[in-house]
Design a protein. Structure first.
Lengths: 355, 305
């Protein structure tokens, strides 16, 4: 998604048909408009991050029940001990003071101390993050690529058998609950069923004991089933949106023009149709990140993957407020940042937006 | 004299009714041509029938833990075609009974979510400036709250009931619709005929309802059905994570029971497979219907079938 691909729809592509844009004036104006637009988006993102910070505090303070009582797990605890816990976690202070403390600390990267692990939340997140990035990153790249490639093919050959099989499979997998698919994969490929032996580990990220290359292969081995689950449930939507966005373009005059001037079918698709179809697809890929968080929580829970999602599930079931809150802030901020990037890319892809 | 009254031009209302009837029958004629759409519709009819007749076929006492008819965790037998759960209840009966919750929650939550989403999306795309900035900030804010996390939190804050689940899904899932609708609205409004409509004096209401809405409608309708699927899936997920209504039998709850009963490590596939297929089946049926509706309403997608 560099400026390079973006100029294709803007300049009418391929030089031949359209007049070259006049040298300085319009282009400079365009860039000024784009910078203004970008600054607006960045400012908006800052406000969003602030709102997330505020919500993160109040949402989890409004959950009924005394966090200290929850923390002690209903064991009979003396009033003095309860008070000591309250002091330790700053719960005896007035709400507004808790809030200002929380904001100040959050801005310096201190998200409090986990009740259940007795460790700084930031540290727990730091430990789990690489694992989640590995799982999510691998799955994200795979399902986005798969969705776009298959979606483009499907749309270009809409109505044929290949398209019908393609969309049928995507729709079916899109309708399947990710945790259920994960459980089934575990039963079939890990526990083993009938003639199929247990090929893959039931969960976790490593067997332990290996080093170097063996360790890498071991992690990859553990990665297979969770990644398959995530890709299977997520690629369908990318495929469908790419396909319908491209179908929207297929009747357009500029494609007829492109064909009329003798371009190969393949070039018409890649250089003319696909770039124009990317806007809704881009919207979706980034919007989907929020959905991917849900997928990650479930898949990591089912496969006991030691990542942020599994951590979130553990934190929720206690409930371990500081940890839940920290993860909430982290997930939300990550998605805000990604969506802001998407906003910044739109005008490069579709010059009609952002003027 | 009676003749002349009969031949008099029909009232506006009658004309509108007539036009609507024609449009509906035209819609149905075109819908019929989509095989996948018909399959989806048949699936929906089947699920609706099963859900509506459940009180007659299985009755609410199928969910009772006391006096369960079988022994716990029996495999499929002639008496219990899908086996029994960990309390010895008939899994087939539970599956039938659970369809009611899934359909109810899915439909209501999707309706809530799409109405909010379309309203926000169209107005935000149309009114640029401060209003759009504020409303999209709110949307973004809701969007970045990982929906499941927020839904779990809401479901945990509010009293455990189906209403809570519906509300939790509805108010957390609309931003996707809003953003998609807004993107489409922006694309539509940047086209020349909107400028023409404005030049001819078209007001905000006119442009939004007469120009933007018809162009956005296919997306909204398709989104509604996708939303029903998504809501059904979210309901199952919430139940699976243990924040659903514990007093009702739902497919997600059955899966959670199965996992807690150790069906995964024991390889009791018959405990896990049916609820998942049911969830996927309903979700798929809605998706197929939605896509057929979309391709009827959007002639440019006609090739989609």
């Amino acid at each position: 998604m560099t400026a390079d691909t973006a100029t294709a729809p803007a300049g009418g592509a391929d030089g031949a048909a359209t007049a070259a844009p006049s040298p300085r004036g319009p282009r400079a104006r365009t860039w000024a408009a784009y910078l203004r637009y970008g600054a607006g988006k960045l400012g908006g993102a800052a406000v969003s991050l602030l709102a997330v910070l505020v919500t993160g505090f109040f949402l989890f303070r409004l959950i009924p029940g005394d966090p200290v009582k929850t923390m002690t797990g209903g064991r009979p605890v003396s009033a003095e001990q309860l008070a000591a816990y309250r002091r330790e976690f700053g719960l005896d202070l007035p709400l507004w003071q808790q809030f200002t403390d929380y904001c100040g600390k959050a801005l310096t990267g201190d998200l409090g101390t986990s009740y259940q692990f007795r460790a700084p939340v930031t540290e727990k997140i730091g430990e789990a993050l690489p694992n989640t990035l590995l799982l999510t990153g691998t799955a994200f790249v795979l399902y986005t690529a798969l969705g776009i490639v298959l979606g483009t093919r499907s749309a270009w050959r809409a109505g044929r058998l290949g398209d019908r099989l393609n969309t049928g499979l995507a729709l079916t997998l899109y309708s399947v609950p990710s945790f259920w698919l994960g459980l089934l994969l575990i039963i079939v490929f890990s526990v083993g069923m009938g003639p199929v032996p247990g090929l893959f580990p039931t969960g976790g990220m490593e067997s332990g004991g290996e080093e170097g290359l063996a360790h890498l292969l071991d992690v990859a081995h553990h990665l297979v089933l969770p990644v398959i689950t995530l890709v299977a449930v997520e690629y369908g939507q990318t495929l469908l949106v790419t396909r319908s966005a491209l179908l929207d373009e297929t009747g357009s005059d500029y494609l007829t023009t492109a064909r009329a001037k003798g371009l190969r079918d393949d070039l018409v698709r890649r250089r003319h149709a696909v770039p124009n179809a990317m806007l809704p697809t881009m919207t979706l890929i980034f919007v989907n990140l929020g959905r991917t968080v849900a997928g990650v929580i479930l898949v990591e829970t089912v496969f006991s993957w030691p990542g942020l999602g599994g951590l979130f599930y553990q934190a929720l079931s206690v409930p371990d407020l500081p940890l839940v809150q920290g993860l909430f802030l982290f997930f939300a901020s990550a998605v805000i940042v990604m969506n802001t990037l998407a906003d910044l890319v739109y005008p490069l892809l579709d010059p009609r937006v952002g003027r | 004299m009676t003749d002349t009254t009969g031949a008099a031009p029909p009232s506006v209302r009658a004309l509108v009714r007539q036009r609507r009837r024609r449009a509906a029958s035209r819609f149905w004629r075109q819908y019929r041509a989509h095989r996948a759409g018909l399959v989806g519709l048949a699936g929906l009819a089947l699920f609706a029938l099963v859900a509506l007749t459940a009180p007659l076929t299985v009755g609410s006492d199928v969910a009772g833990v006391t006096d369960a008819p079988g022994r716990p965790l029996e495999g499929p037998t002639a008496e219990f075609p899908l086996g029994t759960d960990r309390f010895g209840r008939d899994l087939l009966g539970l599956l039938v009974w659970g369809s009611r919750v899934s359909l109810l929650v899915g439909l209501l939550a999707a309706a809530l979510s799409v109405v909010i989403g379309a309203l926000v999306g169209i107005t935000a795309g149309h009114f640029k400036g401060a209003y759009a900035t504020v409303i999209m900030r709110v949307t973004d804010w809701f969007l970045v709250m990982p929906a499941l996390v927020l839904a779990v939190a809401l479901a945990a804050v509010m009293p455990r009931s189906l209403g809570t689940v519906i509300l939790a899904i509805g108010v957390t899932s609309w931003p996707t619709t809003a953003r998609l609708v807004r993107a489409q609205t922006l694309a539509v409004e940047s086209r020349p005929y909107i400028e023409r409509a404005k030049a001819l004096g078209g007001g905000h209401g006119h442009i939004m309802t007469r120009h933007v809405l018809p162009n956005v409608m296919p997306l909204v309708l398709a989104q509604t059905t996708l939303m029903v699927s998504a809501s059904i899936l979210t309901e199952a997920t919430l139940a699976f994570l243990g924040v659903g209504d514990p007093t009702v039998v739902s497919w997600g709850g059955m899966l959670q029971d199965a996992r807690e009963a150790g069906a995964v490590s024991a390889g009791d596939w018959w405990y896990l497979v049916p609820p998942g297929i049911a969830i996927a089946g309903v979700a798929l049926a809605f998706t197929l219907c939605g896509r057929a509706v979309e391709s009827v309403l959007n002639p440019r997608l006609g090739v989609a079938r």
